[in-house]
Design a protein around this ligand. Sequence first.
Ligand code: CTP
Ligand code: CA
Length: 227
Amino acid sequence: LRRGAAAPDLAGLRVVVSAGGTREAVDPVRFLGNHSSGKQGYALARTAAARGADVTLVAANAALPDPAGVRVVPVTSAVELAAAVEAERAGADVIVMSAAVADFRPATSVASKIKKSGGAPAPIELVENPDVLAGLVASRGRDGADQVIVGFAAETDDVVANGRAKLARKGCDLLVVNQVGGGRAFGTEDNQAVVLGADGSAVEIPRGPKEDLADRVWDLVRDRLPR
Ligand code: CTP
Ligand code: CA
């Protein structure tokens, strides 16, 4: 399927896509963040809408325009993202977690700006954030929800082996694994991935526009929808 000429093959589907990168407040002016641009998630939302799906985009801090025909729910932190995805979960047929969710947040959110006061800076204590993807998998089947659940991973070194282990650990249906390092993935226009399936499948998606990767992901999702 090519962009622009897409058949409405996802018509009638409710999909939720998370995109961007969460920010964890250190104080009122600082945060812990990551390099996710949100472009791949926005491409997923755009292509799903173009193929007829009813799309909700849970958007974390991406400096990108709202895609046409997509409902956008803005969030900042991982805890906010978790709440937004949970609120959208019940009626969804497909959930794609492309957001880079911070694993940890500062244990205390300081109300006043941290000042240089002479002497050594105080360490920032961290606590673990909820694992949204694992939570979705755990709650699948509740409220009649039988979603196709897709995760993303950015890996270095042995990308496929790391991806397989992560897929098994997370329990989702598909894991889109990007290789990072060497200028790949973060903020670039192109992407390249291998999509691992819980059924043992591995589909290589050659380097190309993020829209093309998004379309291939939706093809693989479509093949896994209950009919
Ligand atoms: N994810 C999530 N909630 C988190 C962390 C990650 O939902 N708190 C999701 C991401 O959106 C992604 C998938 O889990 O779809 C994999 O994220 P990743 O960071 O690669 O996995 P982790 O289990 O956090 O493992 P790692 O220690 O490699 O970061
Ligand atoms: Ca992580």
